[in-house]
Design a protein around this ligand. Sequence first.
Ligand SMILES: C[S@@+](CC[C@H](N)C(=O)[O-])C[C@H]1O[C@@H](n2cnc3c(N)ncnc32)[C@H](O)[C@@H]1O
Length: 266
Amino acid sequence: MSEQATEGQRRVWTMGDYPVIARHLMPISVETVDFVGVRAGHRVLDVGVGTGNAAIEAARRGAEVTGVDLTPAQIELARARCTSEGVKVDLRVGDAQALEVPDATFDVVLSVMGVIFAPNHGWAVAELARVCRPTGTVAVTAWAGGGWSSRWRSRTAHLVPPPPPGSPAPDEWGELDEVVRRFATAGLDATVEERPFDFRFPSVEDGMEVFLGAAGPFVAFMETASALGRGEEARAELRAAMEESNQADDGTCVLPAPYLLAVAHP
Ligand SMILES: C[S@@+](CC[C@H](N)C(=O)[O-])C[C@H]1O[C@@H](n2cnc3c(N)ncnc32)[C@H](O)[C@@H]1O
């Protein structure tokens, strides 16, 4: 990955207060770990481990778990969380596109909203395939197209300069056929299904506060928009996107954010 893209990603995922977002996303990790049947004795790799959601869930089931993340600040938070939750995970700073792991090491290689942020999806998927044992399982989750992730980005894209070439394109992982194709390129036969997920907040105002205060990509977007003198406009567009997406009719805020779960075997 280019030095610029690496630094950009590290900066984004150090902004805000990611553990707040991780708590919202925890059900996706639990579902993924359940779906692939992680059990005691498995060697598991969590790529883009963040603050440890899937890794910790796998370790609780008795697996021997390694977690890799590009962002040192995320690894530090994951270490602190593992200590406070009393679970053992081998945590390392590293790039999904060039894993410092021998071939065919893991029974389960998973990535929950992690490798989707690697700019070169071909390298990333090839690495997941390389480190998976021949009898193992690779599982990746991505935000499905049309949900909250793509909705806010498309709604606000006109307010900030386009990302430089070589930037991650997580929304490109949002189409089921495209995900199957990406896995096939690495020699993996993937089954992909869309699963429901909702962000839930007591109100739209609370949702705004959580995303703008805690989620790195939103914080970075607002920083750029504000530097261009478009902070108010950006905030208004985000609020409009949230109000449009909100499915609740009781004053709360429910944002549909379905995700794709791809499960593949070498
Ligand atoms: C949305 S967070 C997901 C974290 C965690 N899996 C979870 O479910 O909460 C995305 C994570 O991917 C990491 N990341 C981004 N690009 C990466 C790369 N090329 N290699 C490894 N990790 C990466 C970020 O640092 C961040 O921690």
